[in-house]
Design a protein around this ligand. Sequence first.
Ligand SMILES: [Zn+2]
Length: 405
Amino acid sequence: MRFNRRQLLKSVGMVVATGDIAGAGQVRPSAVEKREEQRSLDLSEFQPKSMLHVTETRVERSRFPVIDIHTHLSKIVGNQGGVSVGEGMAYNALPSELLTVMDRRNVHILVNLTGGWGAGLQETIAKYQQINPGRFLVFTTPAWEHSNKPDYPQFQARQIERAKDAGAYGLKIEKILGLYLRENIGAGPLVKVDDPRFDPMWDTCGTLHMPVAIHVSDPEAFFLPIDRFNERFEELNNHPDWSFHGRDFPSNAELLAARNRVFERHPQTIFIVLHVGNNAENLAYVAECLDRFPNMYVDIAARIGELGRQPRTARKFFDKHQDRILFGTDAVPHRKTTPQQIFGDELYEIYYRFLETDDEYFDYAPSPTPPQGRWCIYGLELPEIILKKVYYENAARILGFEIKA
Ligand SMILES: [Zn+2]
């Protein structure tokens, strides 16, 4: 039967009318009464329990030994406007406490990215790397407070050489370039990621085979207004200073483009782009960058929440780029109630479950509320050959040593 427009509207109208007539005999609450029946609930108190009856696999130990390329066992104490300054260090956990967790979770090596520079770096290396050779590796960080001095390019390159001599394995660039570092570490303009003053630093890392672990930009939602449409509303509402919306901040795309120019200009330097290339929401873009820049690698730290909510896309990404993906957690150890409960312990189990199982719809972080957004993740069930590469082979190759499985 074919309807013209008028007939169609008429028939739709009839359906609505029929529905109305069917309910006419019942007493219905008015709109006002309905509103009174509804409870209001603060979003922060909403803790829904999934009613899904699905497999829950516990993976207490990884199938292969792990190199965690991304941890923060120490940090520079001094801070000026979000930029770490000085050589004074603070330590988040003792090696003995960490080794307990590492042995239980099959983690062979922790890479401590934030090792500081100068005297601070030497102290960090002595505390972790020298006492426990082969279990802790330390990266150095730039001396940002010198970045406005005329001889900074040469000074920074020299510091990298000194760091190498002291035993540092690589360089870490914190989320400072393009977003926090300003001229004179003050109210001046933001310093760009591809500012030429850093060229000797990137080149020296290439010459000395020190990989650069680099954090540029942040989730796309951090560049949008903190409103009801923002998928990371709770996280940003808890940490409004994490937002890069407005003011004189560059756009996410500008930051990534500047970062890419650095990769292009320094093809001999290896860059481990932390947090899945800082664009885990857009794996097609990250894949395109990996294809363009053979010196680019990524870690998965603090982004299994993103990878695991797009498991089919993520699985293809792992298949295609299996030689360029590194295991990392971004663990910042701190003591809870007992030394055994150091942060990282539960975290490793979740990462292993994500990589190794085909479990469905589980939390991507140990805390009761998902910290990055209200969703759950799905396991990738990676084959052994990819697991080996991601857990340790790729990292070992970049760091220049062998590890026995
Ligand atoms: Zn980190």
